[in-house]
Design a protein around this ligand. Structure first.
Ligand code: ZN
Length: 192
């Protein structure tokens, strides 16, 4: 099924996922041991047993496991926590200076939409995971995304966000763009 989906054409253009036709890559034992230990940490608080590693140029810069229950943190997913860990170690400026093409997220379970969003926000475009999600779950997540897109709406007062940007010394050029994108471009790591 996955193969069928991945070779489907869009508008007559066919493409194949790079993993198709290749043998399954097995992670190095050191990474597997780290992931197993992280997943076990999550079990201590009865959180979903998922572990994640954020690599930069092959070296681990962030480690994370699920802490939603432990910390009563709705964003405490393993991949988000791995990004948090990297931010804590490198600082915002240190992370911003990284060559983002060298970042790789490795997880025991395929990242959810929350984690995908955090990865996209912080320009982590490569991911590997040991267990993929079933197609039915992927489709449910897409349905949730469509539901959000359908229900989203702008409200007033117009200009509130622009006034907030004006108060901030680092966003002088955002006032005209803010209501169009809702995403400041000043930094790739500390925007809303
Ligand atoms: Zn997640």
């Amino acid at each position: 099924m996955l193969t069928t989906l991945c070779i489907l054409g869009i508008g007559g253009f066919s493409f194949a996922h790079p993993s198709i036709g290749t043998s399954l890559e097995v992670l190095p034992k050191s990474q597997v041991d780290e992931l197993r230990a992280l997943g076990r940490e999550a079990i201590k608080s009865k959180d979903v047993p998922v572990g994640a590693l954020l690599l930069y140029d092959g070296k681990i810069i962030g480690r994370g496991f699920n802490t939603v229950s432990r910390d009563k943190d709705p964003a405490g997913h393993a991949e988000v926590n791995a990004i948090r860990d990297a931010f804590g170690k490198l600082g915002l400026n240190g992370y911003s200076s990284l060559d983002k093409s060298k970042l790789l997220m490795i997880s025991t379970f395929e990242p959810c939409q929350l984690c995908q969003g955090a990865m996209q926000t912080h320009k982590i475009s490569r991911a590997k995971f040991i267990r993929s999600k079933p197609l039915s779950q992927l489709l449910r997540e897409q349905a949730k995304l469509l539901r959000y897109q359908w229900n989203r709406e702008s409200v007033g007062p117009v200009g509130l966000q622009e006034s907030l940007f004006l108060l901030h010394p680092d966003y002088p050029g955002e006032k005209s763009q803010a209501h169009k994108t809702q995403t400041p471009s000043k930094s790739d790591s500390n925007g809303p």
